[in-house]
Design a protein around this ligand. Structure first.
Ligand code: ZN
Length: 333
């Protein structure tokens, strides 16, 4: 940071390096009509013991994705510092205003936190959160785990994923951590819109990064919550931060070799899925129909698979808009 750059106003209410377990907040001043000197109080738990690596763990980067918040609340409540070697920084509700609103983006400024990086210390509330993570918390971390799910508009096969990176050693370390997470599916992910993502910011700082898509539809299931809790424990054991034995089950390896994996709705209307998550599709097979939303008696638009593969994600609501992501077909590796 140069001498003239404004400082980020966020302050932790607990020490980030004190031995033991501390619960507090990231306090972000937010002056507004109903609280002139008020603040956004983002819950924070820090567990420190020994001299091992640091893990930074986040949920609700998008506010309507719930597996990560559940796993992180459970970890913050249950984690015994004696079982830790290193430091665990837990932020279950990274974009707290969005989480409290049950929405993907912040109701304060419309900010999509996962498109706001590297953020700005003098920007909007969402930009300040992004900047604090980018400039303060991520540099402290060796391992970063950021939980996602589909939110209200997408549903996913439960997978942990890594990205293709220019640095082969960093990519290998990320793949090893994602593999250790041991979700039912393990994916090499090609982002549709990588600019401004937390993922990109973390990876550009050379960190080991694990992200997930564990379900969706704006809720969670007993199974998807179990996958999140188990994967989190596994990856902390893999990093040498948590003692214990990792649980292992078979995981299906998936790849997204090019942009043809994404299927975009060519029309708006009423969605009729023809394939469910996890089902195999062949190139040219019908994936879905979109019926007109404003009249009867007309033929639907039919969307065909652009490649052989497995349906890894799909549009969740019954109504779809022109340009929505309708389906993602991944390739079994
Ligand atoms: Zn998300």
């Amino acid at each position: 940071m140069n001498a003239t750059a404004p400082a980020n106003p966020i302050r932790p209410t607990i020490p980030l390096d004190a031995p033991g377990k501390h619960h507090g907040f990231l306090k972000l001043p937010w002056s507004r009509n109903d609280s002139a000197w008020g603040a956004v109080m983002i819950p924070l738990t820090v567990v420190v013991n020994g001299t091992g690596p640091t893990a930074l763990l986040t949920g609700a980067n998008h506010g309507d994705e719930y597996e990560g918040p559940v796993a992180l609340q459970a970890l913050a409540h249950e984690l015994d510092p004696a079982r830790v070697n290193g430091r665990v920084i837990i932020v279950p509700y990274m974009n707290l205003p969005a989480f409290r609103a049950g929405a993907r983006v912040s109701p304060i400024d419309g900010g999509n936190l996962n498109r706001a990086f590297p953020g700005a210390p003098d920007g909007s509330v969402t930009q300040k959160i992004a900047h604090y993570f980018n400039d303060v918390l991520v540099p402290m971390a060796d391992l970063v785990v950021d939980f996602h799910s589909g939110g209200k508009t997408l549903d996913f096969l439960p997978f942990a994923c890594a990205h293709y990176l220019d640095d082969a050693r960093q990519q290998a370390a990320c793949v090893a951590a994602v593999t250790a997470f041991n979700a039912p599916y393990t994916l090499m992910l090609r982002e549709i819109d990588a600019v401004g993502m937390y993922d990109t910011a973390v990876e550009s700082q050379g960190k080991v990064f694990v992200t997930t898509e564990l379900g969706g539809g704006g809720s969670l299931s007993a199974r998807s919550a179990r996958i999140a809790r188990r994967g989190l424990r596994n990856v902390l054991i893999h990093a040498g931060i948590l003692t214990g034995t990792a649980e292992h089950a078979d995981s299906v390896l998936l790849d997204m070799p090019d942009d043809d994996c994404y299927h975009i709705a060519p029309a708006a209307g009423l969605l009729e899925p023809l394939v469910d998550l996890g089902e195999r599709v062949s190139d040219g097979a019908p994936l879905a129909r979109i019926w007109p939303a404003d009249r009867s008696g007309e033929a639907p638009a039919v969307i065909h698979a652009q490649r052989d593969g497995v349906l890894a994600a799909r549009h969740f609501p019954g109504l779809i808009q022109l340009g929505d992501c309708l389906a993602v077909v991944a390739v079994q590796a």
